[in-house]
Design a protein around this ligand. Structure first.
Ligand code: SF4
Length: 443
């Protein structure tokens, strides 16, 4: 038996790639380990969204390189994911102990790479071809992380080129996966006991735009998935605001398994900053989209993403972001300080960079606003009865709890009596905290 350890950084797309790679590696007799010291093959699946994550990846392989030099020269080291895609051969210069570099476009080549490194070759595979993992999907099973929720990528890449974002350079142009393959993966996951399917993509609601041979969009895929028998839930993330169609919203309302949850990144509340970000909407357009979703989908949760301190952002423009969170009653938002990424347009606007102390201060103010709104949103549900899908159990503030999600993506803590992971239960909400609700099982 050989062991593989994969350190997965960044977004859910990377986690999904790791599950695919583990499936391929199991055919070579590799079993996953969570102890790097035990591994024969060590891989890092990198994220290039922030510098910090990139630095962490090089630090991890640096440690492994030391082990290889001082303790076990047979260890193999792989550098994968978005940083690999971006830097390719350059990785070898910075980390000479790395045996292979594998970009996001070439995951399907992993089995061949393993054979080559075992023959003593050093391999870099990053060039984009017409082939994808789907072309080899009948040969390998996905090795999903155990749990309740199965993540299924439905699109890869992005065509939008927001001026701050590295994704179009690391993940390539937008490509939709075939519905037949997605539906098969969903059925396999449900047969394996998963209770929730989350469809994943950088712009999930532009799914199907690139199909030449069929007129088939996200709403069609949701309908086919909803028709699969059994009790389970369906979600999709991330939505680009202007790609949300009326038909999609109506479909969410109409289909019983599709949950009342939209993640719609706004990024800034200022129309001028949005223009500088090359987002294809202004504040007013975003407001109309959010209103429409709220009007049509009862109890919907709408979450968002924001960037604090985008180059050139004035105090007034930043305040427009604070006011947007209130005005659109956003239930929760992810927050990041602007971090320049090589190759992107905004990274060249050095003279407009916001000093770190101001970025930090804006980050803190935005964070406070997000927390206030999150609590406000949670308080609406006290006294209500809601269906919860239990995801796990653990100790929280000295008490054991079962923790799960409502259909509209609220986390609920329920006093632990026995492990209810994977069960749908009805819960009466008794209290609301900033990040979660408390509830009791309705007998
Ligand atoms: S829409 Fe913009 S932020 Fe999102 S992945 Fe594409 S380029 Fe990046």
């Amino acid at each position: 038996m050989k062991y593989v350890y994969i350190d997965t950084m960044g977004c859910q797309m990377n986690k999904s790639d790791t599950e695919r790679m583990l499936g391929m590696l199991s055919h070579f007799g590799y079993e996953e380990t969570h102890e790097p010291e035990k591994a024969d093959l060590l891989m890092v699946n990198t994220c290039s969204i922030r510098q910090l994550s990139e630095d962490k990846a090089f630090s991890a392989v640096g440690t492994w390189g030391k082990w290889k030099k001082e303790e076990n020269k047979n260890i193999k080291i792989g550098f994968c994911g978005c940083v690999a895609q971006q830097k390719a051969e350059q990785i070898f210069k910075r980390a000479p102990y790395v045996d292979f570099v594998l970009g996001t476009h070439k995951i399907y080549a992993l089995p061949e790479i393993i054979e080559r490194i075992n023959r003593g070759e050093r391999v870099c595979e990053c060039t984009e071809t017409n082939k994808t993992e789907d072309d080899v999907s009948d040969k390998y099973e996905i090795q999903r992380v155990k749990g309740v929720n199965a993540w299924i990528p439905i699109t890869e890449g992005c065509n939008n080129f927001c001026t701050y974002c590295i994704v179009p350079y690391t993940r390539g142009r937008e490509r939709s996966r075939l519905p037949e393959i997605i539906i098969k993966e969903a059925k396999d996951a449900l047969n394996a006991g998963f209770k929730e399917i989350t469809l994943l993509g950088q712009n999930v609601d532009s799914y199907g735009k690139d199909f030449k041979d069929r007129n088939y969009r996200l709403a069609d895929l949701l309908r086919e998935l909803n028709a699969i028998e059994g009790k389970f839930r369906i979600r999709f993330v991330t939505s680009y605001p202007t790609d949300i169609t009326d038909e999609l919203i109506k479909t969410v309302v109409e289909l019983d398994k599709v949950c009342e949850y939209f993640h719609i990144p706004m990024q800034s509340g200022s129309s001028q900053v949005l223009k500088a970000m090359n987002r294809r909407y202004d504040r007013e357009t975003y407001a109309k989209i959010v209103k429409k979703v709220r009007d049509m989908v009862p109890d919907v949760t709408i979450t968002s993403d924001f960037i604090a301190g985008f180059p050139g952002e004035t105090e007034e423009q930043f305040e427009e972001t604070l006011s947007a969170i209130d005005e659109f009653a956003l239930d929760y938002s992810n927050l990041a300080s602007y971090s320049p990424r090589e190759k992107t347009v905004a990274a060249k606007w050095v003279d407009k960079f916001i000093p770190e102390n101001i970025k930090d201060e804006r980050f803190q103010r935005l964070n406070k606003k997000i927390q206030e709104n999150c609590l406000k949103s949670n308080l609406k549900y006290v006294g209500r009865e809601m269906e919860v899908l239990v995801e796990s159990f653990y100790e929280h503030k000295g008490q054991m709890i079962n923790s799960g999600k409502t259909r509209n993506f609220k986390t609920v803590h329920i006093p632990y009596d026995k492990d209810l992971t994977g069960k749908f239960i009805n819960v009466k909400i008794t209290d609301a905290k900033t990040w979660y609700l408390k509830g009791e099982i309705v007998p």
